[in-house]
Design a protein around this ligand. Structure first.
Ligand code: HEM
Length: 117
């Protein structure tokens, strides 16, 4: 009986360790992915130019900010005017000569879908 209990305990520990290892291998739903996606041309970027489907290119990356746009703190047009476009300068100075805070850049990275061709 003691031997059985010992085996069961070892089996339980192995399973728990396996679950921890597998959980680390599976990425989260919004894990930052610096190499995410593929190469995207300006023509394809331009096809995602609405509030319901909003991509923008910033510093060589392409980002799908559709889900984020409603929570952006500025009035909607400030962000939506850049859907489908190369928006490095606009993101860089918020259209007002002031940069986004570093956390905004980190947040942006979580929406990456590819690299601008
Ligand atoms: C590309 C065009 C964009 C423009 C012109 C722009 C402009 C602005 C402006 C004017 C503010 C200040 C709002 C306020 O304090 O009332 C702001 C804040 C913010 N924006 Fe943007 N934004 C752009 C894109 C983005 C994107 C793509 C993200 C993230 C995915 C983002 C994330 C934020 C965050 C987190 C803040 C609050 C913190 C901060 O000021 O950095 N923005 N933005």
């Amino acid at each position: 009986m003691k031997r059985f209990m010992y085996s069961a305990f070892v089996a339980f520990l192995s399973s728990a360790a396996m679950i921890v290892v597998l959980a680390r291998l599976v990425p989260g739903p919004r894990a930052p992915a610096p190499d995410a996606g593929r190469t995207i041309a300006l023509e394809e970027l331009a096809r995602h130019a609405t509030a319901q489907d909003c991509w923008m290119a910033i510093e060589g990356g392409v980002y799908d900010v559709t889900d984020y746009a409603p929570s952006h703190p500025a009035p909607p047009r400030v962000l939506l005017d850049w859907c489908g476009r190369e928006a490095t300068a606009a993101f860089g100075d918020k259209g007002a000569g002031r940069p986004h805070i570093p956390e905004s850049r980190e947040l942006l990275e979580t929406f990456r879908v590819g690299t601008l061709r």
